[in-house]
Design a protein around this ligand. Sequence first.
Ligand SMILES: Nc1ncnc2c1ncn2[C@@H]1O[C@H](COP(=O)(O)OP(=O)(O)OP(=O)(O)O)[C@@H](O)[C@H]1O
Length: 447
Amino acid sequence: MRVVLDHEGGERLSQSLYQHGLPDDIDASGAGEGALVVVVVAGLASVADAAEHWLRHLPLPDAFIIGCTHRTRCNCQPEDWWPDGICDLVTAQDEDALLTELAMRLTRLSELESILDSAWLHERAVGSSPVWRRTLQSVAEVGRFSHGACLLLGESGCGKELLARLVHDLDPERRRGPFVVVDCTTLSPELSGSELFGHARGAFTHALSARDGAVALADGGTLFLDEIGELELPLQARLLRVIQEHTYKRVGEDNWRQSDFRLTCATNRNLEDDVLSGRFRADLFFRITQWTIRAPSLSERREDIPALVRHFLGQSGQKVPCIMPEVMARLKAADYPGNVRELRNVVLRMADRQRGFGVLSTGCLQGMMPGRPVVSAESWEQTMASAVEGALDAGMGLKGIGQLAESMAVQMAERRMGSTARAAELLGVTPRALQLRRRGRQPEAGP
Ligand SMILES: Nc1ncnc2c1ncn2[C@@H]1O[C@H](COP(=O)(O)OP(=O)(O)OP(=O)(O)O)[C@@H](O)[C@H]1O
């Protein structure tokens, strides 16, 4: 990390930061490598000038911290032109408190950077595209520095469970504890209480002995509720208490038990919409979303495909073969509705087909490419033309055809992007317009 201290007495400031807790291995002389962190400490009105100097006229740093004491606070309000990246404003009553907090923030930034650059992380969560790096940064922040519940959003197969596991492994207090996965789609309405909370002996016909449920098993570790959006309403109500109080009762027992777990959930549904439609409890939604992280789909990070392909070839149990550029180009251009999981399956199938070969050649591609074919504008126009012909044959009018096409576009965009806001962006409308369309109403005319 390269730390630049913008202050009249830069040398003196760096000495003071070390005295206020900055670890010796963080170089505050401006000479380090990696992410650029600019710390501006200025007095009175010059804070705004110094910030403007850095943010308007020089390449944007990765992190920008403005430090000021009580006396200067009024001069450094964040303004519209501040960058979206990490941009901290540290205000303190006096010099001592200011230096302590600055040292703390720099320590945290340095810790985050070393997590993001670690081989440990890169071997598990392959990819270095900006969007994937931003996702990993959020995961590192949540895992290392927070204990709150985290909801992971994203399409199927894009790595939500992998990220949940990272949150667990990065948590210094939980990582040695269990990581208990509950797939909410498989919870049967009759047995789900027992699967989650356990049961007492004799609680029901086949309960020959007492048994712990997932909540008890996660004690000291993480409870990961996968596909939480599929949970039935009665079970959502039962989860509320255990999430809030960390107490629960086994089925067939009357005493309260305790379990100390970290909660992480995942879904590919749009839970905000489900709350609006009454399918998902609002109080549960707010309890599981202290943090929300969206895992990008593979189509948003195609530049990571070559590294993922090599990673999966490495998992195929053979020496990683050379890959013909044509093969890699086809893999990069293809569409993967099943995201990284689908890419993994394709690569492992191709590796099987040419097992033992030193080069993965185009011969391995036949019949292997996934999902929807990549179509040219001409051919999708033809496909649409024949669909419209069919609709006309079926007696549909212009309005019906338009509505059907629109609702299909909305559904597909939401499935692909994982949230209404991002789907709206893809379709070039506002999120509100999209919500109104989904409810079958036209958006009001606006400016
Ligand atoms: N960045 C990545 N690096 C290496 N492997 C990955 C990466 N992302 C996903 N995978 C692999 O892809 C597969 C699918 O990932 P995962 O199960 O985490 O997806 P998911 O979003 O939880 O899927 P679902 O919504 O269907 O539960 C797993 O085998 C996982 O290890």
